[in-house]
Every structure is written in C-alpha cells, then in structure tokens.
Design a protein around this ligand. Structure first.
Ligand SMILES: Nc1ncnc2c1ncn2[C@@H]1O[C@H](COP(=O)(O)OP(=O)(O)OP(=O)(O)O)[C@@H](O)[C@H]1O
Ligand SMILES: [Mg+2]
Length: 346
C-alpha cells in the first residue's frame, strides 16, 4: 500500500518524513548524500538549494519532452541539498540557487538565474527541487511518492498553496494536501492529539518568524487533529540576522556593507556570517572565516573579524529583534483572547 509522505519546504532547510504504520508516527527520512544532520536534533534535513546541471545527458533531454515528462521522471536536472552545496564550493555560481521559497510566495515567475541560455524562475527552481527530492527518495527506498502533505507558512496565500499543488501534480503525485507549519511543528513534537491541549508554537526560520496558538481538538472530534486558533507572522528570519552581521563587520572597519553587495564575495560573506552565528550557539566567541584574497579585497587588513555571543545579542537588540518578537507575541495573545483563549489556557 502506498504510504503517506510529508514535506516541509523551508527557506534554508527542507525535511521529508513518511508515516510509519508500525510505529504510528512520522519518521524523518535520511536521503543519503543530499541530506545533512541538524546539529541539535540530529535529524536529517535537505538544504533547500539547487545546483542546475550544466549540460543535459541523454536521459535528461529525453525526460524533458512533455509527453514523456507527464509519465516518467527521467534523468537528473539538478543536484539538490548537500550535493548542491558541495558543487558550489568556489562561491557563487549561476548554477547554484538557494532561498527560493520566499520568492515562490511573493513572485513565482521572477527569474532567479540563467544557465545555458535557459531562464529559471522561482517556480521552476521549486519544481526542480521537488523533482530531484522525489527521485532521490525513490533511489534510496525504491518507493514512489504518491501521497504528500506539504507544510505552508500560516500567512501564506492561496497562490502559494496552488504553486506547490501544481508542482506536485507535475511530479505525478495524486494525493496532495497542505498543513499549516505551526500545526506540523506541534505534531512533530510528539503532541498527543487524544487530549485537548492549547499551546504556543514559536518558529524562527530562515526568512519568517511564525508564532501561533495551536489547539488539539481532542478525541472523537471530526476534522483535523489540531488547528491554528491565532497566528502572527513576520518576514524576519535567520537570513536577516546574517545580513545584520555582515553590516556589523563592515562598520567595524569603517565601510558601508552596500559596497560589498553585488560583488562576487557577498554570498560567501553571508554564508560565513551564518556559520559564525550558528557557532555562537555553543561557543562564547567565534570568528568570521574569510580567505586571504577575499579578506584583502573586502578591505579587512590582517585581523580576523570575531564576535562574542554578547556581541551577537547586541546586534540583535540594535535591530529591534527582541522588541519585534515581543510585539508579535502580544498581538498573538490579543488575537487569541478575542477567541476566548487567555494566556493561562496556553
Ligand atoms: N544553532 C543555531 N544558532 C542560531 N541559528 C541557527 C542555528 N541553527 C540554525 N540556525 C539558523 O536557523 C535558520 C534556519 O532555520 P529553519 O531550518 O527552521 O528555517 P527554514 O524552515 O528553512 O525557513 P522558513 O521556515 O523561514 O522557510 C537559518 O538562518 C540558520 O542559520
Ligand atoms: Mg521552517
């Protein structure tokens, strides 16, 4: 019997899970070379990145013929996840695309890159990412994905759901559903849906901050096992923090980070800032890794830029992150109260 799959398409990381009848719970799927291990949870995730194949081989060309594409998924149009990152080691290459999710929501037809005379929109990149993910799942488990639930941000519009649904249909997935990301998060934490429970879900991702009050409906109720009763979202996430860090380091050497934008180094800088930020999770101090030539061209002298955890907290405070979070939660609680749910109920 076909099994039910779940995909959380994230700005930075995506994860695939499959329902296990034996254990009555969803299991995260390790997709081998395209997956990497999350530091804290040790769960396998697929970095949301695509590296478009520079040249089609025979099977890939054949697989692009519409009448064939409708029936079979042939060849490989791109590398995804960890394999995409590995191929982009030299820095920013046109073949490499990441952070396509926010664009899929805001402007799906916007061209993200051009490779070999072909333009790739956010919609096309998403389709390719999902395609190669489905193919990889098949390579690893010899199983076809026929039924799929995808998580969507609470403030996403119908058009975003329609984009995902269309991409799934093109992959031959017949059973397609969506679930609100906070509900998926709550369920993922092993929430017992047999009991009525109200909780606050806080999800700080790569590009969005979503907070929601989620309530399990309890035993014997029809419909979904859990529902979002109040939600607030901000277009603010880890990607913004990386930009703030780059600006911080520019200021330290009396430069304006705008000078760096658009240079070949900018993406590498953001990646280094991201690594430094993640380092500070378990270290009091971390340094920005920049190569010799890169450092020189950017204007860093010999010094290795470093930042302490307190320094990071200060940067976050300067940009109003904590105030934004507080305000968002307050608004959420007001919204929940208008539906009869008080803070003590959570
Ligand atoms: N240990 C850590 N300390 C600080 N930040 C971290 C740590 N680990 C990951 N991050 C940051 O979390 C962000 C990614 O979070 P997550 O995987 O939840 O996002 P996502 O689901 O891909 O994005 P979204 O839900 O917004 O689409 C990145 O900005 C990453 O740098
Ligand atoms: Mg997420």
């Amino acid at each position: 019997m076909a099994r039910w799959w779940g995909l959380d398409l994230g700005t930075t990381n995506s994860s695939l899970a499959v329902w296990s009848d034996a254990r009555s719970e969803a299991e995260m799927v390790d997709l081998g070379d395209v997956s990497r291990q999350m530091l804290l949870t040790e769960s396998p995730v697929v970095p949301s990145a695509v590296y478009i194949n520079p040249k089609d081989d025979f099977w890939t060309s054949l697989g692009r013929i519409p009448s064939i594409e409708r029936r079979w998924l042939l060849g490989r149009q791109a590398y995804i996840g960890r394999e995409a990152g590995d191929r982009n080691y030299e820095g920013r290459q046109p073949n490499y695309v990441e952070s396509f999710k926010p664009l899929l929501a805001a402007a799906p037809t916007k061209v993200m890159t051009r490779v070999g005379g072909r333009a790739y929109t956010a919609r096309e990149i998403t389709r390719i990412f999902m395609r190669e993910l489905v193919l990889q799942a098949r390579r690893i488990g010899r199983e076809k994905i026929n039924a799929l639930t995808m998580a969507v941000p609470v403030d996403s519009f119908e058009t975003y759901r329609a984009e995902l649904s269309a991409a799934a249909a093109r992959l031959g997935i017949r059973g397609f559903q969506t679930v609100d990301e906070p509900v998926a998060a709550a369920l993922g934490y092993g929430l017992n849906t047999e009991r009525e429970l109200t909780m606050l879900v806080f999800d700080f991702g790569g590009s969005t901050l979503d907070v929601a009050v989620v309530r399990t409906t309890g035993p014997g109720k029809a419909g979904t096992p859990a529902e979002v009763v109040a939600k607030q979202g901000l277009s603010l996430g880890g990607n913004n923090v990386d930009v703030w860090l780059v600006e911080h380091f520019a200021r330290q050497i009396n430069l304006n980070a705008n000078l760096w934008r658009g240079t070949e180094w900018y993406q590498a800088l953001l990646d280094s800032a991201q690594a430094l930020k993640e380092d500070l999770f378990h270290r009091e101090e971390a340094s920005l890794s920049i190569g010799g030539r890169m450092g020189k061209e950017l204007g860093f002298r010999d010094q290795q830029p470093t930042l302490s955890r307190d320094g990071l907290i200060e940067v976050l405070r300067e940009h109003g992150l904590y105030a934004d979070i507080e305000r968002t939660i307050e608004t959420l609680l007001t919204e929940a109260a208008s539906r009869g749910i008080e803070p003590r109920d959570i």
